[in-house]
Ligand binder design. Structure first.
Ligand code: FES
Length: 105
C-alpha cells in the first residue's frame, strides 16, 4: 500500500505529553507527543463528533471530553466506555527535527 507523506510541524512546537489538532488534506488529526514519541490518530472520537485534542491525555490514554470514553493512543484501541470502535492511527516519523505523518492512499 502506498502512503502520502505530510509535514506537520517542528517537533519543538509540540509540548511534552500533550495533544494538538492539525489538518491533513482537510481531515482533522490529533498529534500526540508522549514520553518523547510522536503518535497520530484521527481527531474525531469514534463515539460522537467530539474533538479528542480537547480531551485529557493521561499517559498514553486520551479521554474524550464529551462522554469520557477513552482510547489507547499508540494502538487506537478503545479502553473506556462508551467508546467501542477503534480510532484510525497513522505512522509518524521525525526527520531532521520535523514531524511527518503518513496516510494510506
Ligand atoms: S463523543 Fe467521545 S465519548 Fe462520546
Amino acid at each position: 500500500m502506498s502512503e502520502s507523506c505530510h509535514r506537520i510541524c517542528p517537533l519543538q512546537e509540540l509540548a511534552a505529553n500533550s495533544v494538538r489538532k492539525f489538518e491533513v488534506d482537510g481531515k482533522a488529526v490529533a498529534i500526540y507527543h508522549i514520553d518523547g514519541v510522536v503518535y497520530a490518530t484521527d481527531d474525531t472520537c469514534t463515539h460522537g463528533l467530539s474533538s479528542l485534542s480537547k480531551g485529557e491525555l493521561d499517559g498514553d490514554v486520551i479521554e474524550c471530553s464529551l462522554h469520557f470514553g477513552a482510547f489507547h493512543v499508540p494502538t487506537g484501541k478503545p479502553v473506556g466506555a462508551p467508546c467501542s470502535i477503534a480510532l484510525q492511527t497513522y505512522r509518524t516519523e521525525v526527520r531532521e527535527g520535523v514531524v511527518h505523518l503518513y496516510r494510506p492512499e
